[in-house]
Each structure stands twice: as C-alpha cells, then as structure tokens.
Design a protein around this ligand. Sequence first.
Ligand code: 8YV
Length: 332
Amino acid sequence: MAEPRPRVWLARPLFEDITARLDGHFDVVRTPVEDRYPPAAVAGHLREIDGALVTLSEKIGAEEIAGAARLRAIANVAVGYDNLDLPALTAAGVLVTNTPDVLTETTADFGFALLMATARRITEAERWLREGRWDRWSFDRLLGADLHGSTLGILGMGRIGQGIARRAGGFDMRVLYHNRSRLPAETESACKARYVGFAELLAQADHLMLVLPYTAQTHHVIDAAALAKMKPTATLVNIARGGIVDEPALIDALAHGRLAAAGLDVYEGEPAVRPELLALRNVVLTPHIASASPATRRAMVALAVDNLIAALGCGPDAGRPSAPVNAGKMKR
Ligand code: 8YV
C-alpha cells in the first residue's frame, strides 16, 4: 500500500496558483477565508498535521503544539518570526523556515516612503487639504524636516537596513548605524554607513529608522530613556515590530514636543492601534504593509511553499529548505 501523504495546513488563502504546488506532495487543509485564530483554534488546526504554512498573525508556541505530535515543519511567510516560539518549536523537533531576501528591496522602498511622508508631513497636509481648510497659500504652513544633508540613524543593519542606507546615499544623507555586531569594512563602505554606539545613534540622528528583529533583548529598546536622548526635532520610523518601541513613552514624547514626528507601520497590539496614536497630528500610520507589493508578496509565498516542501523531505531540495531558521538546533 502507498505511504499516506503528509498533511499540511495552509493557515490562510494565499495566491492559489502558487500554493497549488503543495498539492503535488501533500494533502492540503486549506482555509477558504482569512481568519484570526485564538490559540485553541491554532492548536486544533495543528493536531493531525505534518507541516504548516503560516503568517505573522498565527502565534505558535508550546501551548499550540502540545497536541501536535506529527508536526515537523512550519514555513513562516515573513522574514521576522517573533510569532513563533523558537525554543519551544526547536525542542519539539519542528523545523522553522522564513522568507529572507525576497522582500528586502520592497521593504526598504517602503521604509523610505514612510520616512519621507513623516518628515515632510505628507499625510497631515493631505488631511488638512481634504478638510477644506486651504483658503490661502501661506509661506510657513506645514514646514517639514529636510532629508538631504541630514543624518539618518539606522538601528539594525541587516539586509533591509543596508537597503535603506543605499537609498539614503541618493538623498545625500549622512548614514550612521548601530547593530548587534559591526559590519565588515567593505559592507560599511558599500552602504556609506558609519558604525556608532546606541547612545550616539540616538543623539545624532535627525531621522531614526528601526529595522531590527524583535526579541526579548530588543523589547522596548526605544523607551522613555532612549527617546530622551533624541533631538526634539527628530523623526522616528518603525518598519520592524511594534514591541521594539514603548508606545506610551513614544506617545508622550510626540504629544509634548520632545520628538517631532513618527512613522509607524507596526504596533505593539496590532491590528489594534492605540487611540492616543490615532489622535496625534504628527504621526503617519500604516497597517503593516512594508512588504506589500504583488511581486514581493508572491515571491514570499513561493519561497515559503518551497521551504515547506523541502522541510518535509519532498521535492528537489528534500531535507534542505533554503531558509531554515533553527536547522541544526533540533533536539529530536
Ligand atoms: C510581512 C513582515 O508582511 O516579513 C516580515 O517580517 O513583517 C512583513 O514582510 C508579514 O510579516 C507577513 O506575514
């Protein structure tokens, strides 16, 4: 008798023409409509499953995999994987993969767009115009911060941070960065970026871009103390994860003129956004769309599909997914 095919769970509807490739190897449990899952529902979906293709909305840890004896692989459709409890999954022998590289340029483009919108007050100006308040032209209305000639601070200098730095060169910005580890000299010179300590980055930046992964160590690295070190004229842009910023501290700084403006694509409790943020004039708020171009979202799904096929021992790269996160750390 033929071996039963592995079963995989597709946590949301994602580009049917790409995910159809899974059917060549697996019995696929599809999700016809987009949904938000409470932990018990995720646990239920993972129960009789060998692998899963999930997004950042699906939080998976010890509780969710307690009854998932067959689970061997999770392909996250994102470069960040803070939705997954890596130690718990690694201990349970679940191989986790992510989608690096394919989203770097699109995300860096968006970071720059959010920086420009924030510094030059574009959405605030548009709101003001739409409200019918433009009765005469004024010389000093809606003045914003220049990008050219200013100092851009980049916190987290991975692939996306480097993409932002390359773009900043075209705007004649001086680029400083801080990272867990300093980059090789040739990468620094290709990005025209100078390494500085965290405190210096905060103090020197006219614009500060957050592009670092969210971990226990980076939780609230931008807190009241860090914000107090920044220039009151500075802008802050977060395209990484909401939990990196202490939101009440940020709101306080923005409301009291200790920080000029913020551009946020990510939030601590997303999709919930604090009402205090919504009420502020000097913030640009977008709903976690930094990687949202059709080509990039398709490339992310395609990579996640390839990862899942390989992680479950099928296809040309059987056993060798191209983007493993915890390979080699497995306890069983
Ligand atoms: C995705 C992201 O849109 O890749 C990431 O880490 O934050 C975004 O590119 C999102 O995570 C999709 O799951």
